[in-house]
Design a binder for this molecule. Structure first.
Ligand SMILES: [Zn+2]
Length: 239
């Protein structure tokens, strides 16, 4: 069973990417400082704020306010180290998806708090052919907050982590390795228990009940089908 940790399992990687897109749109439109979901990207034009910008994008997506993400640390390097211990699913280039958080080290600047090289971070924003574009705050070219292609030196990150599920709880995740994974109230069902008919997914009721520790009962008198804890039904309703 996949028990990867998420900042907020009811938001998705697509929601995070949308926050990044909107922040860039506002900057391009002169609506500055960009403000998305209650979070202000006040350092949009300054340099060296990569860690703060990724944190702000995550918090705008997950909470609609700033300051609640336990995963965020003093710098990109320390955050990557911490996310690994927290249980966010680490990704590789083979499994990376849009919206994944990406971390590099070194960057050449020392973090004033943990004294390590501060590293660099961004969010995988979109693909153009085989080229990844990364939303980030970078001093490269004096850009500040921007979306630019992955640089040649960035092909070996120290970590790629998924902060949000690819689909919200209860919805279908994108197919992974040819397997359709269905998240049902936080539990992943066996693909064999999910049937695709005419473009609609049907879940096998007993599998769903098993996944959440419930039982299926049928009222013989009315033919109605119930799913829930065994304690919910009178004894005259038989399984
Ligand atoms: Zn640090």
């Amino acid at each position: 069973m996949n028990m990867a940790k998420y900042v907020n399992a009811n938001k998705t990687s697509a929601d995070l990417v949308a926050v990044c897109t909107e922040a860039i749109r506002q900057r391009a439109a002169g609506q500055v400082p960009p403000r998305v979901n209650g979070v202000t990207f006040e350092h949009y034009a300054a340099l060296g704020w990569c860690q703060q910008h990724v944190r702000e994008a995550v918090e705008a997506t997950a909470f609609g306010r700033e300051g609640d993400w336990e995963g965020a640390k003093c710098c990109a390097t320390r955050t990557a180290q911490f996310l690994r211990t927290l249980g966010y699913a680490p990704q590789t280039w083979a499994t990376a998806k849009l919206g994944d958080l990406i971390y590099w080290s070194p960057c050449g600047s020392r973090c004033g708090t943990c004294k390590q090289d501060a590293g660099h971070t961004g969010i995988l924003h979109h693909l153009d052919g085989a080229t990844w574009y990364v939303w980030q705050n970078t001093s490269s070219g004096g850009k500040g907050m921007c979306i630019i292609p992955l640089q040649s030196w960035q092909r070996n990150p120290v970590g790629i982590f998924r902060a949000f599920p690819l689909a919200a709880a209860g919805e279908q995740e994108a197919p992974t390795d040819g397997e359709r994974r269905i998240n049902w109230h936080g539990q992943y069902l066996d693909p064999a228990d999910v049937v695709l008919v005419d473009g609609a997914h049907f879940l096998k009721l007993r599998a769903v009940a098993d996944a959440q520790g419930d039982v299926v009962k049928i009222d013989a008198a009315t033919g109605k089908v119930f799913v829930g804890p065994a304690s919910w039904w009178p004894k005259d309703v038989t399984p």
